[in-house]
Ligand binder design. Structure first.
Ligand code: MN
Length: 199
């Protein structure tokens, strides 16, 4: 029994236009995200076989492959729900207050998350995360799907900076893609993740 399944999108493939084209969304969800789900399942299976046979010679590579695919599945599952055709606006309530407290202002936070996303070298993500040790919001710049992350942080708002997320529409101009992402942020979803992470 496969432990991971591809979730349905909460909207149609064309629903996020013009920010994200339907062609990109269909490929991104139906091919890329699906491949991470398949990879997490097949790698879990291979790890189980290694355990059953006691043949752990390939374990180092399998653990890396699991971390990559599982983290890809987790981040994309959050990403789809972080976006909405009715998104945009600004956060409110306790989330807005926490952003002001931990970043100085919404504009300062927006500048940092934009810069973290735009300046990823190669493939990665810009992430707003809850850091439970200090009890504060931080921005993380994630490499691939699983590198450069403080252990124990909870992603709340994630921006995919992989070329597959924008290249067909924005070509090499990643900053324009990130500018349009802000127009479709589902703050209600981010607010709910924030409340859950803190409790
Ligand atoms: Mn992606």
């Amino acid at each position: 029994m496969a432990p991971y399944t591809l979730p349905d999108l909460p909207y149609d493939y064309s629903a996020l236009e013009p920010a994200i084209s339907g062609q990109i969304l269909e490929l991104h969800h139906g091919k890329h995200h699906a491949a991470y789900v398949a990879g997490a399942n097949s790698t879990s299976e291979q790890i189980a076989q290694a355990r059953e046979t006691g043949q752990f010679g390939t374990l180092v590579g399998l653990e890396k492959t699991l971390a990559f695919n599982l983290s890809g599945h987790v981040l994309h599952s959050i990403f789809w729900n972080n976006l909405s055709p009715d998104g945009g606006d600004l956060p409110d309530g306790e989330l807005a207050a926490a952003i002001d407290e931990h970043f100085g202002s919404f504009d300062a936070f927006k500048g940092q998350l934009t810069a973290a996303t735009v300046s990823v070298q190669g493939s990665g993500w810009g992430v707003l995360a809850w850091e439970p040790l200090a009890g504060r919001l931080i921005v993380e710049q994630v490499y691939d799907h699983h590198g450069n992350v403080g252990m124990g942080t909870t992603p709340l708002l994630v921006f995919d900076a992989w070329e597959h997320a924008y290249y067909l529409q924005y070509r090499n101009v990643r900053p324009d893609y990130v500018t349009h992402l802000w127009d479709i942020v589902n703050w209600a979803d981010v607010r709910q993740r924030f409340a859950t992470a803190r409790s």
